[in-house]
Structure formats: C-alpha cells, structure tokens
Design a protein around this ligand. Structure first.
Ligand SMILES: Cc1cc2nc3c(=O)[nH]c(=O)nc-3n(C[C@H](O)[C@H](O)[C@H](O)COP(=O)(O)OP(=O)(O)OC[C@H]3O[C@@H](n4cnc5c(N)ncnc54)[C@H](O)[C@@H]3O)c2cc1C
Length: 152
C-alpha cells in the first residue's frame, strides 16, 4: 500500500507545473506570457513524471519475454506492486494501487502484459478525461513503430 506522506510540504510530483508555479507565486512566464515556462533541468512535475513513466512502463512491457519463466512472471508481478507503493505522485499511486488490486498484472506473455498495462493507462486516461488509446495499436506505438513508416 502506498505510504501517506506526513510532511506538510506541497508535493511537486503530484502537481502540474502551472499549479505548482502558482502555489510558489513565482511563475516564470514563457514568451507571450501564455503559460509558465518549464526549464528542462528542474524536478519533474506530475505531467512530466507521468509521461516519462508511461514511456518506461509500456516499453518494458513491449520488451517483456513472449514466453516468460515462472520467475520472470513472479518478478514482474512484484515489480508492479513495488512500483505502486513508491510512485512519487501519492494520489496517483493510491488509485493505481487500488486498480491493480482489482486487476492484477497479467504476466503470462508480452501481449498479455502490454494489453493489461494499456488498460491500466486507459483507466487513468478516463479519470483525467483524456482520449482512450486503442490497445490493438500498443505494439506499433511502443515497439515496432507505425505501419505508415513515420517512425523509421
Ligand atoms: C501509474 C500512473 C498513474 C497516474 N495517475 C494520475 C492521476 O491520478 N492523476 C493525474 O493527474 N495524473 C496521473 N498520472 C499522469 C497521467 O497519466 C499522464 O501521464 C500525464 O497527465 C501526462 O499526460 P500526457 O498527455 O503527456 O500523456 P500520457 O498519458 O502520459 O501518455 C503518454 C503517451 O502514451 C500513449 N498512450 C496513451 N494512452 C495509452 C494507453 N492506454 N496505452 C498505451 N499507450 C498509451 C500516447 O501515445 C501518449 O502520448 C499517472 C501516471 C502514471 C504513470
């Protein structure tokens, strides 16, 4: 179960940069003063952390063995439980933890793991009002590149 942070400090990894900058009352504004600028060498906010993490998780699933050993299956299950315990955005981690209790990692094959993870990501997408991803495209997106050759 994810730990609950006892510190009273705001959590940067739980906040998008715009809200974070507002909280800190020192937003540095991008050209045209449209939105706060986000220098590349700062701690990750919720969006950057999420985007990078999904990239890692989907890539890991895309390169998981087609026929894992029993130990590999066990380790991958363990990985997702530890991941859900320590993911730095605490509210995200709590919901993800609940989700994987109801929908445990499907580790019997690469396709099963990739589909399971795509569904978990879609659960988050739905909660955030983002578009659903077509899980039949997950291998193209995270391993092979699009069939139109745009990634080659
Ligand atoms: C485990 C976890 C839980 C999170 N929980 C929360 C939360 O509770 N609240 C919150 O505000 N943010 C949460 N986030 C962050 C959120 O999911 C996004 O990462 C963040 O909002 C940035 O979104 P994005 O538009 O860059 O695209 P992302 O959602 O980060 O997606 C990155 C890319 O993945 C591809 N993609 C999209 N959906 C799928 C899918 N279903 N399967 C495969 N590929 C896909 C798309 O090409 C997309 O561009 C969570 C992140 C993680 C890793």
């Amino acid at each position: 179960m994810p730990h609950t942070e006892e510190e009273d400090k705001p959590c940067r990894a739980c906040t998008d940069f715009k809200s974070w900058a507002k909280q800190q009352s020192k937003a540095s504004l991008a050209p045209q003063n449209k939105s706060p600028a986000h220098p590349p060498d700062c701690p990750l906010d919720k969006e950057d952390l999420g985007h990078s993490t999904w990239g890692f998780l989907h890539s890991m699933a895309a390169y998981y063995p087609q026929k894992p050993t029993e130990n590999q299956e066990k380790d991958m299950k363990k990985f997702f439980h530890i991941f859900a315990e320590f993911y730095p955005c605490e509210p995200c981690a709590l919901d993800f933890w609940d989700d994987i209790q109801e929908n445990p990692p499907q580790t019997r094959s690469r396709d099963a793991l990739s589909k399971w993870l795509c569904d978990r990501h879609n659960t988050v997408n739905k909660k955030l009002g983002k578009p659903m991803f077509d899980c039949s495209m997950v291998t193209e997106r995270w391993r092979e590149g699009w069939k139109d050759g745009s990634c080659d």
